[in-house]
Design a protein around this ligand. Structure first.
Ligand code: PAF
Length: 283
């Protein structure tokens, strides 16, 4: 696997790959890789002739009181995982190289970027969209791979690709879970063993909704009540949102008949975790 540490090296490496191969897939990450990330690399490997990945902890998507400094970084381990997953070129730039002094250009994600995580993390999606747009320009992939766990990020990036006419196909891969249902996240490493057990409340709230949906319940208020009831079982859990929304607009829906995203975010101790369930339209 070729390692590129500067924008110009990566630009050249991707140009050569695109000339030599038919299709190029991109897996953007912030490192601290787990099986969810590796499932993106595996899908990219299966669907493209060549695969590029990036590791960059993007300061622009962290708020002033968030965990940018503490965010787990383990470059050597990540490098080997990506190499074993068959990635051809890895981009690991410095913050100075990605954001040279005097940078004033950003991607404005509008109202969409201020919903769900964007409401409690102002500026987060502007940071995500800006870095992903840059990666798309540097790599020029045919396909780019993202996890369904970050459902609001998926909505924002889909809209950006459409609105700015990026010639890339977004491929969204399913959530990967631990055996007991906890969605994989780089932030799970922050949890103490007690918090790790309490964190199951997110997937339990979604499972309660899933059961109701199987029983053909479609009213959002009933699904929300089931989530509230689950969260009420742990008085220490702070719920950020438990929402029933349209997966594209992230606006609330009253009925899930036409499909919906059931999305939850909670703080378990000082760790903010998210999870979701995508409901397909009823036929
Ligand atoms: O999902 C992530 O890990 C990040 O938000 C991304 C897409 C790599 C942008 O920094």
């Amino acid at each position: 696997m070729l390692l590129c540490k500067t924008v110009s090296e990566m630009h050249d490496a991707c140009r050569s790959l695109r000339n030599a191969e038919h299709t190029l897939g991109l897996v953007p990450t912030m490192g601290a890789l787990h099986a969810g990330h590796l499932s993106l690399a595996t899908a990219a490997r299966a669907q493209n002739d060549a695969v590029a990945a990036s590791i960059f902890v993007n300061p622009m998507q962290f708020g002033p009181h968030e965990d940018y400094e503490a965010y787990p970084r383990d470059f050597d381990e990540d490098y080997h995982k990506l190499e074993s997953a068959g990635v051809h070129v890895l981009f690991a730039p410095s913050a100075e190289d990605m954001f040279p002094p005097g940078n004033t250009t950003y991607v404005d994600t509008g109202d969409l970027g201020s919903r769900l995580d964007g409401a409690s993390r102002p500026g987060h999606f502007r940071g995500v969209a800006t870095i992903v747009a840059r990666l798309f320009h540097i790599v020029r992939p045919d396909r780019a791979y993202f996890g369904q766990k970050d459902a609001a990020q998926v909505a924002v990036l889909r809209r950006m690709v459409r609105d700015l006419n990026f010639p890339v196909q977004l491929v969204v891969c399913p959530i990967v879970r631990e055996h007991d249902g906890l969605a994989l996240s780089s932030r799970n490493r922050y949890l103490t063993s007690v918090e790790r057990r309490r964190a199951l409340i997110l997937s339990q709230a979604l499972a309660a909704v899933g059961q109701l949906v199987e029983q053909r319940e479609t009213r959002a208020e009933v699904l929300q009540a089931a989530m509230r009831q689950t969260f009420a079982a742990d008085r220490e859990v702070r719920v950020d949102y438990a929402a029933v929304v349209d997966p594209e607009t992230l606006l609330p829906v009253e009925d899930i008949f036409g499909g919906a995203l059931i999305a939850v975010a909670t703080w378990i101790g000082s760790t903010r975790l998210i999870d979701n369930l995508l409901i397909t339209p009823r036929s």
